[in-house]
Design a protein around this ligand. Sequence first.
Ligand code: SAM
Length: 313
Amino acid sequence: MNIQQALKKAATELNLFNIPSASLDAEVLLLEALNRNVVRNDNEKLDKNWLYAHNNHKLTEKEEELFNNFIDQRKKHKPVAYIINRKEFFGYEFYVNENVLIPRPETELIVEEVLKIITGVNSLEHKNYSLIDIGTGSGCILISILNELRKNKKNDLIKQSIAIDISKKAIEIATINAKRYSLENNIKFINKDFKKELDQKLFSSSNHFVITANLPYITDNNYEKLDKNVKDYEPKIALTSGTQGLDDIKNMLYLISKISIKINQKIYLLIEADPDQINVIKEYLKKHFKDTKIAIINDLSGKKRLVIVSLFT
Ligand SMILES: C[S@@+](CC[C@H](N)C(=O)[O-])C[C@H]1O[C@@H](n2cnc3c(N)ncnc32)[C@H](O)[C@@H]1O
């Protein structure tokens, strides 16, 4: 079978199994099958254009077997990122498997806004930030922030970085990703429920804290209606948070409100949520926090997605 035939066959099969992005997925999975098995000495990166320029290239038996295996997994609605074990986020590649949420493009907003706070005009003082990533999953948020700061030679603005996740397997994957970018010694990984970890002790080490939280926020009801590729494969603990989808976010805010009255540190808090939850979160903040500045940031589709809270005690 050559490339053209393989792509056509796979796209037809995926369409039959109601995979919405059948042709694109077939291309990505074929590139993966070829990349892994062809010994390439020209360092040429295989891409979509390469595929179409080599329509008649014959697949080896091994390549065909691997490709068929990938397509069979995709037919069962397994997300492509879990089949190829990686996902790009903020221009960086992250190892992922079914133990962590696949990083979503809208979450890149958190990284952008944190970088603005730490390096931009919004910054109060350019030093001594502690970063705490709650529900780190693959580590994509924290690792992207640290990568960007290092790229711009601003990593000395960070005093310490902490990644918390209740899932042991997620922490293992975040550690793999940190190692990949030589950041394993820059991040303290904590495998705990954030409710047990968010206390005054955590806030004793520096003056400025930036807390990022992409915690689960899907309601129990909506969880049942999720697409097969999410519901059957992504970890439930990364997705749901009670009847309103707000249990984790509210618990976190409550704990931070208690801590913030006892300490004298400046805290920026960046919370991703569903557009329908943003106003509820805003009301909750007004009720539980004094002297806060709240900003709402829209995602690329114009939906309210991120709440930034500035707490200056
Ligand atoms: C929506 S995922 C986000 C993962 C990653 N930050 C991202 O943006 O792709 C939420 C993460 O929170 C973790 N989590 C859920 N409940 C938690 C808790 N009580 N304490 C700490 N982590 C929790 C899950 O294991 C999961 O990795």
